[in-house]
Design a protein around this ligand. Structure first.
Ligand SMILES: Cc1cc2nc3c(=O)[nH]c(=O)nc-3n(C[C@H](O)[C@H](O)[C@H](O)COP(=O)(O)OP(=O)(O)OC[C@H]3O[C@@H](n4cnc5c(N)ncnc54)[C@H](O)[C@@H]3O)c2cc1C
Length: 417
């Protein structure tokens, strides 16, 4: 049996290892398009902070690791997949497969802004991008970051540590608008401003032009800024362009079922490139975070080697450290139709907790300034535990989530016995 894995990020690597463990005799070929050993994008901020060397981003650090596991590595870029004849075109040569895993991740969205292609404008997605950013982001450099979403907030810390003069421009009405409530996004903005970062929300970058002293960035609020570096962090989308004429079922990402199988029985997909099923709504969702990639890769590999397992769906869990302020959101954090909520806000202390209920079940939450509730919130939401009278307790004091988890969980287990 020949397994071909397209993509050598976390999803590709975990799938290759899992297949090897389950099928010692099978042939495994892992293909990656970047001129690097398999690495973790998540580690890029630590590289920019100077906490690690490039080798610290590598997913597996032992020399000869993949050779010892008999996982063949190929450096090539797939340009199309012929699903009928089970072949991948690698730009000139082709490779056949019995089973294929597509784990080609995401690509940064490039907003249609004049000047977005100028030198000095970079996304922060690959090691190559990190090298270019490190060249330009020196102490005192003027840096403008477009976008204050998940990746944007993660790289703020790295930029701040390089002692640059930082401006963040976000077109949404708050920071992290697709992961945080109004109040929470506003708190993160205030925190970041207090740390010396200039933040414009409700503002778009309209054009970037080359100027004598660097780049001139024209904003929709009438301001123009002179900067040395623009970082484009305006979101990512599944990397599926090369599959457009393949005939595979694709919407925003590759559609997969609970076994990570695509519309073709011998082709699977895992990680950022997929559009799986949302745990909370049962609807389709692209969940581009690393724990999701790892879990989907494990499930795909088990399915590809004849095992029986399935995903429970992607539960949205977003945990963010923005210049030292920890925030998190879970499940239906923006609320469920017909549901109710409770909100506890302490602006001065940067503490926030909002719980979303549907009937007596906790379905979503947003949290700032504390990490102690994270496991319990996940447990309550993922377990769909009926809270009974504990819901009233939580409406009175939402910090009692641990008591509710223990109380309602125990009530459920005694009912089940
Ligand atoms: C700066 C930064 C910080 C992040 N921080 C976090 C974090 O704190 N928490 C978190 O959960 N997530 C974080 N992420 C997101 C996380 O990195 C991704 O969710 C994760 O990398 C997805 O893994 P993947 O294997 O699906 O895709 P990727 O890691 O993107 O890997 C895909 C691989 O496929 C290869 N490839 C692509 N196209 C082709 C082709 N046509 N042919 C062959 N090979 C191809 C690529 O070169 C790449 O190696 C961060 C991302 C960035 C950029």
């Amino acid at each position: 049996m020949k397994h071909v894995i397209l993509g050598n990020g976390p999803a590709g690597v975990i799938a290759a290892e899992t297949i090897r463990k389950r099928a010692p005799q099978d042939q495994i070929v892992m293909i990656g398009s970047e001129d690097e050993p398999p690495y973790s994008r998540m580690a890029i901020p630590y590289l920019l902070m100077g906490n690690i060397e490039e080798s610290g981003t590598y997913l597996r650090k032992d020399i000869g690791y993949f050779e010892k596991l008999n996982i063949e590595q190929v450096r090539a870029k797939a340009s199309s997949v012929d699903i009928k004849n089970k072949k991948i075109d690698l730009g000139g040569q082709s490779i056949a497969f019995d089973k294929l895993l597509i784990a080609t991740g995401s690509v940064p969205v490039q907003p249609p802004i004049p000047g977005i292609d100028l030198p000095g404008v970079h996304p922060c997605w690959t090691l190559e991008d990190a090298r270019a950013i490190a060249q330009l982001a020196k102490p005192g450099s003027r840096v403008l970051q477009m976008g204050a979403g998940f990746i944007g907030c993660i790289i703020l810390e790295a930029l701040a540590s390089r002692e640059v003069e930082l401006t963040v421009v976000e077109m949404g009405d708050r920071m992290v608008p697709r992961m945080m409530t109004n109040v929470a996004g506003g708190m993160i903005k205030k925190w970041v401003q207090e740390k010396g970062v200039q933040v414009f929300t409700d503002t778009k970058v309209e054009a970037i032009t080359q100027s004598e002293s660097g780049l001139t960035v024209k904003l929709s609020n009438g301001k123009s800024l002179e900067v040395d570096l623009v970082i484009s962090a305006t979101g990512v989308r599944p990397n599926i362009t090369f599959l457009k004429s393949s005939g595979l079922g694709i919407q925003t990402g590759i559609l997969v079922n609970e076994q990570m199988q695509t519309s073709h029985p011998d082709i699977y997909a895992a990680g950022d490139v997929t559009e799986g099923i949302d745990f909370s709504t049962g609807e389709r969702i692209v969940n581009a975070i690393q724990p999701n990639a790892a879990e989907q890769a494990r499930i795909a590999a088990i399915s590809m080697t004849g095992g029986d397992t399935q995903s429970i769906g992607a539960l949205q869990i977003n945990v963010l450290d923005t210049l030292g302020l920890i925030s998190s959101s879970f499940g239906l954090w923006a609320g469920a139709k017909g549901g109710d909520h409770v909100e506890l806000v302490d602006l001065a202390a940067y503490k926030y907790l909002r719980l979303e209920f549907l009937n007596d079940v906790l379905v979503g939450a947003t949290c700032i300034g504390t990490t102690e509730h994270i496991g319990v919130l996940r447990g309550l939401i993922q377990g769909k535990i009926p809270l009974g009278e504990w819901k009233e307790t939580l409406l009175g004091d939402p910090t009692k989530v641990m008591d509710a988890y223990l109380g309602a969980g125990q009530a459920q287990s005694s009912w089940m016995n």
